[in-house]
Design a protein around this ligand. Sequence first.
Ligand SMILES: Nc1ncnc2c1ncn2[C@@H]1O[C@H](COP(=O)(O)OP(=O)(O)O)[C@@H](O)[C@H]1O
Ligand SMILES: CC(C)(COP(=O)(O)O)[C@@H](O)C(=O)NCCC(=O)O
Ligand SMILES: [K+]
Length: 266
Amino acid sequence: MDKSWLALMIGNSRLHWAWFVGDQLQSAWDSEHLTNSGPPSSPNLGKILEKASLSREKVVRRSQGENSDELPIVLASVVSEQTAIWQTYRQLQTLMLAQIPLQHSYPTLGIDRALALWGAGEVYGWPALVIDAGTALTFTGGNAERQLVGGAILPGLSLQVQSLAQKTAALPAIALPETLPKRWANDTEDAIASGIIYTVLAGVVDFVQAWWQEFPHCAVVITGGDRALLHQYLQSQHSELAAQVTIDPNLIFWGMRACRAESASA
Ligand SMILES: Nc1ncnc2c1ncn2[C@@H]1O[C@H](COP(=O)(O)OP(=O)(O)O)[C@@H](O)[C@H]1O
Ligand SMILES: CC(C)(COP(=O)(O)O)[C@@H](O)C(=O)NCCC(=O)O
Ligand SMILES: [K+]
């Protein structure tokens, strides 16, 4: 009987969770960063599952033979303060960049980027390009030899909104529109939306086209919290390109599943 395990990716905005039974993803959800006030204690599994509307009983029952109180958690993180909170959890397996079989990576590459690329390559085939529309917006590409080609990092959509609001006197923190706004805006909110969205779109299109020049017909996958928004904008302006781009919220989890299997069989 396959065992249950939890995948936890700690991003800069929040925690990303998945419950697996063996290789099968059962459900995925997000939760807030934890605050470590008070005495250190082991994070409470019941509370974790409650956030996902899962009962511990259901999760444990789903994989019979599980007698442990604590499910294994496979953790990867790009936020070291948050990682520290989990060190008291008994059944923790922390993935490090060196354990990801991606070749030609550099020591400070974000493990979320390495895992998402690995997941994309394993599921959709190599070469692969990942666009992660998270706190930061990142491009991460790998070739047919499963080597990192490279990538790029810029502030994500919300971070661009927030940084304008924080560093200027007159600009408000807008909510990004769900549909593509008009380019030539006539008020402040629309002007911020236009500026951020059209320049990000131009950048995304340019990176994707440059990638396809080197790796024609290769898989391009969008993930991250703003994936649907970004894809929606892309569809409105570049429908042909958008049709060739896959949306997958679980790339990092596919990467964790693959790396967990490799490290277990090694
Ligand atoms: N419920 C939500 N909470 C936080 N961010 C959200 C939520 N829904 C959508 N987002 C968007 O997702 C972005 C963060 O992406 P995500 O991939 O979750 O971040 P990270 O992996 O960096 O923690 C935010 O900047 C925001 O625009
Ligand atoms: C670029 C990132 C901040 C993205 O993090 P995220 O938006 O997913 O929270 C993260 O992958 C990171 O800290 N990277 C280290 C630098 C690098 O990848 O080169
Ligand atoms: K991200």
